[in-house]
Design a binder for this molecule. Structure first.
Ligand SMILES: Nc1nc2c(ncn2[C@@H]2O[C@H](COP(=O)(O)OP(=O)(O)O)[C@@H](O)[C@H]2O)c(=O)[nH]1
Ligand SMILES: [Mg+2]
Length: 329
């Protein structure tokens, strides 16, 4: 028999995460990866403790856009800006290419970022589902652990609006990174992607005229918002030269302040949680399971209204389905 496995105590882990203790964050992420029943129980308890803490001052930013538009480069640039202003940063990089070749690029950047051995930065990369960058349900509890620990959490993914659930249902603020002259603008208008992000960043400003033209096109395509609504900014940036990065970070802050002032930040997070719980249930029990629980609409209402922990609710609903399925017909 091997040595007895010591399970981490959820309360101790939560306290460590609150102190931004890196080993607690790492241990929590490992616990979330563990599929054994006891691990699941503890992970659920941990996440319940974390969502009940006041983390509305912390901000989750989603960075999305086509491959090659410069998301990883921009992540590195934003990270530097946030660190200079004294904020701690967690990065969740969802890599569409889980194998070596594609992963190397990201790995290089991460190594570059971690070269400073900066305690205020924590980076975790995970593989996505398929090349559209679909997010697996596991990204949600991971993001909660990161958000409890760090002032800003940046989630980098490919794609938006293509799958049933994407980074815009995870992050408080979503930024779409545009590749200049890619013809994206016309595509946005056709596909309805225009309605998803809160900020557009046209990257590679150092390319000159072509980037400026794309910025102008995009600006003129954005619908005018009624007073009091969030007006979609289009920012011309360059991860390479640093141009516009502070301005971009300021727009993220402004959107966070906008959500807070409207009192919608917490409500939006609850709606997101409901969607992730349904996604987790659908991954485990199929759409039939969701129907059995009353269907998407009634389940959403139930999950957003109640004050209970979303993790406890998830477990409750799981048990309901497990016992329903195990009954002989
Ligand atoms: N000229 C220029 N190239 C950039 C800039 N940002 C990123 N790139 C390049 O664009 C390519 C893709 O960048 P990467 O950050 O990996 O994009 P991602 O796939 O969206 O994460 C790389 O060759 C980068 O060096 C920029 O601001 N200017
Ligand atoms: Mg990347």
């Amino acid at each position: 028999m091997g040595p007895r496995r010591e399970w981490p105590e959820p309360a101790a882990l939560a306290a460590g995460i609150g102190r931004r203790d890196r080993s607690s964050v790492a241990a929590a992420l490992n616990l979330l990866d563990d599929r054994r029943p006891e691990a699941r129980r503890r992970a659920s308890e941990l996440c319940s403790l974390l969502v009940h803490g006041d983390i509305t001052a912390h901000h989750m930013v989603g960075l999305t856009g086509p491959p090659g538009s410069g998301k990883s480069s921009l992540s590195a640039a934003l990270l530097r800006t946030w660190r200079v202003s004294g904020r701690t940063v967690g990065v969740l990089a969802v890599d569409p290419s889980s194998h070596r070749t594609g992963g190397a690029l990201l790995g290089d950047r991460i190594r570059m970022l971690q070269a400073s051995h900066d305690d205020g930065v924590f980076i975790r990369s995970l593989a996505s589902r398929g090349e559209l960058g679909g997010l697996s349900a596991e990204v949600w509890p991971m993001s909660i652990v990161m958000l409890a620990a760090f002032d800003v959490v940046l989630v980098e993914t490919v794609g938006i609006g293509q799958s049933e659930i994407d980074v815009s249902q995870l992050a408080d603020s979503t930024c779409y990174v545009v590749q200049p002259a890619s013809g994206d603008t016309i595509q946005f208008l056709k596909s309805g992607i225009m309605e998803v992000p809160h900020v557009f960043a046209v990257n590679k400003a150092d390319l000159g005229a072509v980037a400026e033209r794309t910025t102008r096109e995009l600006k003129s395509a954005i619908p005018r918002m009624p007073d009091g609504d969030w007006a979609l900014p289009v920012v011309l940036v360059s991860a390479a030269t640093g141009r516009g990065i502070q301005e971009l970070a300021a727009h993220f802050d402004a959107h966070h302040a906008f959500l807070s002032a409207q009192g919608t930040l917490a409500a939006q997070r609850r709606v997101h949680q409901a969607m992730w719980i349904m996604k987790r249930l659908a991954e485990e029990f199929g759409s039939f399971g969701i129907e059995r629980l009353g269907g998407t609409r009634s389940l959403t209402e139930q999950l957003t209204r109640t004050g209970a922990s979303p993790f406890a609710l998830h477990e409750e609903l799981r048990q309901l389905l497990i016992s329903a399925y195990s009954k002989p017909v």
